[in-house]
Ligand binder design. Structure first.
Ligand code: NDP
Length: 273
C-alpha cells in the first residue's frame, strides 16, 4: 500500500494540495496516496489520531487548524515555534514533528522564482495575522535594510515584532505612518483580498517598488495589485508560487526529494488581469 498523506482543513473543498502533491509524486517517481480530510471543529486530535492509526505518515494543515496542530505536536521546529502555528506534520513512531513552511515558501518564491532580492532592500508587510507571523523569520534571513510591519490593530503588529525582534531589525506601526515612505518590496499579508477589500495603504509606497506581492492566490488582479499597478510598480505576483513552494518543502521533508515547482505554478496560475 502506498504511504498515506493528506491535507486537513474546513472548508476543504477548494484545496489544491491533492493536485499539487499528486503532480510532485508523479514527477519524482514517488508512490504515495494523498487525500483531503474535512476537519471538524473541536475534533482535530481525534481525527488526526485516527489518520495516524490507519498508517498516515504526514499532514498538511490549513485553516482553521494551524493552532490545533501546534498544540498536537510533540516536537516543533524554530519556524513553527516563532509562527505559533503549524502547517505541516510528520509522524515517526510516537513522535509528532511540526513545521511551518509558509514563510520559507514566500521567501523562496520572491527570491528564487521571481528573482527579486530582499537583501539590503526596504520591505513592507501589510497585516499581522498568521501568514505574516510565519513570514517574518524567512524575510529577516534575507537581511533587508528595513522591515516594517503595519496592521490596523497596531498592538498585534507590536506583539509580532516582540516575538522576532531578537532575530533582526523589524518595526511595527499603523497604516498612518506610511504616507511619504517608499519600499522596494510590498507584501500584502492581510486577508482583505479574500473579500475584495483593500488595506488602507497609500499608493505612494509603491513609487519605487520592484515588487507588489499578494499572498492570496487565484483572485486575479486584486484591489491591492490594481493599486500597485496603477502606481507603477515593476512587478506583480500573487501567492500561487508561495503555495507551491511551501508544498515542495513539505514533500522534501516527508520524502527526502525536492520536486520542481514550475509545472505546478504554471498549472495553477490565474492571470493577474
Ligand atoms: P489572519 O486571519 O490570520 O490575519 C488577517 C490579517 O488581515 C490581519 O492582520 C487583519 O488585520 C488583516 N485584515 C483583514 N482585512 C483587512 C482590511 N480590510 N484592511 C486591512 N487589514 C485587514 O489571516 P492569514 O494571515 O492566515 O492569511 C492572510 C492572507 O494570506 C490570506 O489572503 C490568505 O489566503 C493568504 N495565505 C496565502 C498562503 C499561500 O500559500 N499563498 C498561505 C497562507 C495564507 P487586523 O488584525 O487589524 O484585523
Amino acid at each position: 500500500m502506498p504511504d498515506q498523506y493528506a491535507v486537513i482543513g474546513n472548508p476543504i473543498g477548494h484545496t489544491k494540495s491533492p493536485l499539487i502533491h499528486g503532480m510532485f509524486a508523479e514527477s519524482c517517481g514517488q508512490d504515495i496516496h494523498y487525500a483531503a480530510i474535512e476537519g471538524q471543529l473541536g475534533k482535530f486530535a481525534q481525527q488526526v489520531d485516527s489518520f495516524r492509526s490507519s498508517g498516515g505518515r504526514g499532514l498538511n494543515i490549513t485553516a482553521p487548524f494551524k493552532l490545533d496542530a501546534f498544540a498536537y505536536a510533540t516536537h516543533r521546529s524554530e519556524a513553527a515555534t516563532l509562527a505559533g502555528a503549524v502547517n505541516c506534520l510528520k509522524f515517526e513512531g510516537s513522535d509528532i514533528l511540526a513545521e511551518n513552511f509558509d514563510g520559507v515558501g514566500l521567501s523562496r518564491d520572491i527570491t528564487h522564482n521571481l528573482g527579486v532580492s530582499m537583501q539590503g532592500r526596504r520591505v513592507l508587510v501589510l497585516g499581522a495575522g498568521g501568514a505574516a507571523r510565519g513570514a517574518l523569520l524567512p524575510i529577516l534571513r534575507q537581511q533587508p535594510s528595513r522591515l516594517l510591519i503595519v496592521n490596523r490593530d497596531v498592538a498585534k503588529a507590536e506583539a509580532l515584532v516582540q516575538a522576532v525582534g531578537h532575530l533582526g531589525q523589524v518595526e511595527a506601526a499603523g497604516y498612518d505612518v506610511l504616507s511619504g515612505l517608499h519600499f522596494d518590496v510590498v507584501i500584502n499579508a492581510t486577508s482583505a483580498s479574500l473579500t475584495g477589500g483593500l488595506p488602507p495603504v497609500p499608493a505612494s509606497v509603491f513609487a519605487q517598488a520592484d515588487l507588489a506581492y499578494e499572498l492570496a492566490y487565484g483572485k486575479g488582479l486584486t484591489p491591492f495589485l490594481q493599486l500597485a499597478s496603477q502606481a507603477g510598480v515593476r512587478r506583480l505576483a500573487d501567492g500561487v508560487g508561495m503555495l507551491a513552494e511551501q508544498a515542495a518543502e513539505a514533500f522534501l521533508w516527508w520524502r527526502g526529494i525536492r520536486p520542481d515547482t514550475r509545472a505546478v505554478i504554471d498549472k495553477l496560475t490565474v492571470p493577474l488581469t
